[in-house]
Each structure stands twice: as C-alpha cells, then as structure tokens.
Design a protein around this ligand. Structure first.
Ligand code: NAP
Length: 299
C-alpha cells in the first residue's frame, strides 16, 4: 500500500513524485516504457527557466535521480484501469496495487500520419524520433513533417549532418518558435516545402521517396529521401481511466489548473490533461499542483 501511485514517469510524474516525497508521502511510479517521457527525444532544451541549455535526456535523468534519491519506487507496468473505493486499486497487466490517491501523468504519444505503408516502413526509413534515429542518415537526404517546435528542432538537428533536409508543413506559418525557423532559413541544405501534405510513402522494403501535394494547386512532387521524420504532434492514451475521469473529444483528461478530475483523490498532471500550453514548465508545475492536492486529500 502506497500513499500515492503516479501513472507515468515523465516530467509531470517525476515532478509530482518529488513534491509528494518531500511532503512525507510514499510514492510508487508505474511506467509502461522508460522513465523520462517525451523530453528524452529532444536534443536541446533552451526554455526551461534557470537552465540555459540541457539535453532532454540529461534533464530527464536529473529528475529521475532527484525522485529516486528521495525514495520514489518505480515499476514498469502498463496500467489497465483504476477501481475507486476507500482505497484505490490500480490494475496493471500483471498485478494490482493499492493506494490512497492516484495521479495520472500519462503524457501523450506520437501522432501517425495515417498513410498506407507507414507502419511497415517504420524503422525502415520512417521515424518519429530524430534524436534516436537521425545518426543513421548521416550524409543522406531526409524530410521532416510538421510545423511545431518538435519538427523545427528535428530539422535543425538533422541539418547538421544530413545532405539535405526538406521541412514539409501543411501551412505557410510555423507553430514553433520563430527563432528556430529563422535559423533553419539560413541553412543551405534546408528547403521549406510549405502548404503541402505528404500523400504517399514510396518504397517497398525501405523508404525511397515521399510524394507531397501542394494544398492550393494540387500539384504533386516527389522528394527522393532515405528518411522521413514525422513530428505532427501527440495523442493522449487515457482510455483505461474513462470510467472514473471525463475525457475531452481528443482523449485528454478533463481537469482544470487544480489538476482535480471528477473523482476525488484522482488527479491529472502534464500533457495528458486538458490545457492550452504543453511545455516542460507546465508539466513540472502540474506535477507540483497535483502532488500537493493529493497530499491534502490524504491528510
Ligand atoms: P505541435 O506543437 O502540436 O505541432 C504539431 C504540428 O504538426 C503543427 O504544426 C501541425 O500543423 C502539424 N500537424 C498536426 N497534425 C497534422 C497532420 N495530420 N498532418 C500534417 N501536419 C499535422 O506538436 P510538437 O511540435 O510535437 O510539440 C508539442 C508540444 O511540445 C508543444 O507545446 C511544443 O511547444 C512542445 N515542445 C517543446 C520543446 C521545447 O520546449 N524545447 C520541444 C519540442 C516540443 P498546424 O500548425 O497547421 O496545426
């Protein structure tokens, strides 16, 4: 029996663990993949207040070490549901765990383009993580799809060692930071392909090209690339909690800035929660808010 079970060991979950442990509560983190969450795939973080520059991996490692040094326990398991009651039971594929309060900090996973062959070519040219797979494409042409911070960072990262980087975006304005778009514009091996969507992946065993369609003219263009990095945002994965918390139409857990869900003692923190700004800072802030609310609930 733990005081608090935190589902997900990303920035929100680990921040919640730090706050709950410092408040004297026992904490179990349940994580299905690896600790650190999405930020481990970000080459450089330059907008976390107080830290001028750090790799996403080092940032996550620091959080993990801070939480475990305080006594956080971490188990790898996929949570399949929660049962409410005097105590709460968190169900996983292999085992059930009891606790007094639960913090859902499941983050979000990469959104696929939904194109034919996308799954088959994943790992054979198609990737969702430039930091993990970019090095395989040294000296070769690649494309990045998306217009947010992830796509801009990925394109910048890849432009340092790929022969050519096409940045394909469905609009002519980027959602990501202007500073990075300006840096990309100045790179000779980067070409913006704007107002365009990828409509076909070419290649049998390995990706050899993408077909892009101009949204205004309908004109098609084949871009010969060995790699495609898809960075078109994330999707939440909260269906397992739908009996105890409300989900919005996109699947995010409905909770306001106090991180409270419709069930007492169950909180939502970080990217899995309905919110407008999904950043490291807001994930860490949610972790603190949810943990302190859970501590107050437990008493
Ligand atoms: P995002 O900001 O949601 O951007 C997704 C991009 O993909 C948008 O440009 C969107 O186009 C495009 N898109 C969405 N669905 C598409 C589809 N079906 N086909 C083609 N394009 C599609 O996602 P993100 O870049 O992964 O960033 C997620 C959050 O993490 C953001 O808040 C971001 O600021 C943050 N982040 C922060 C850092 C950092 O602080 N260092 C690094 C990475 C990410 P539209 O613009 O037209 O909607």
């Amino acid at each position: 029996m733990h005081d608090i079970i935190i589902i997900g060991a990303g920035t929100a979950g680990l921040s919640a663990a730090i706050y709950a442990l410092r408040a004297g509560k026992s904490v179990l983190l349940l994580e299905q993949l690896s600790y650190g969450g999405q930020i481990i795939n970000t080459p450089e973080v330059e907008n976390y207040p107080g830290i001028k520059n750090i790799s996403g991996f080092d940032f996550a490692q620091g959080l993990y070490e801070q939480a475990t040094a305080l006594g956080a326990e971490l188990e790898y398991a996929k949570v399949t549901g929660i049962t409410d009651g005097a105590e709460k039971t968190v169900h996983t594929e292999g085992k059930d765990y009891s606790c007094r309060a639960v913090i859902i900090a499941t983050g979000a996973k990469n959104r696929p383009l939904g194109l034919p062959k996308e799954q088959e070519l994943t790992g054979a040219g198609v990737s969702y993580c430039a930091t993990c797979d970019g090095a395989f494409f040294r000296g070769r042409p690649v494309a990045v799809n998306g217009g947010g911070n992830t796509a801009l960072e990925d394109a910048l990262f890849l432009s340092n060692y790929c022969s050519k980087v096409y940045l394909i975006h469905r609009r002519d304005a980027f959602r990501g930071e202007a500073k990075q778009a300006e840096q990309l514009k100045a790179k000779e091996n980067v070409e913006f392909v704007l107002n365009a969507t990828i409509t076909e992946l070419v290649g049998e065993e390995e990706l050899s090209a993408v077909i892009v369609t101009d949204k205004q003219s309908g004109e098609k263009r084949e871009l010969a690339v060995d790699g495609l990095f898809i960075a078109i945002g994330q999707m939440p994965d909260n269906a397992a909690f739908a009996s105890l918390v409300d989900l919005d139409p996109a699947g995010y857990v409905v909770a306001a800035e106090d991180c409270k869900t419709r069930t007492e003692g169950i909180y939502a923190a970080g990217d899995c929660r309905t919110k407008t700004v999904r950043q490291l800072t807001t994930a860490a802030a949610d972790g603190a808010v949810a943990a302190l609310a859970a501590c107050a609930y437990i008493g």
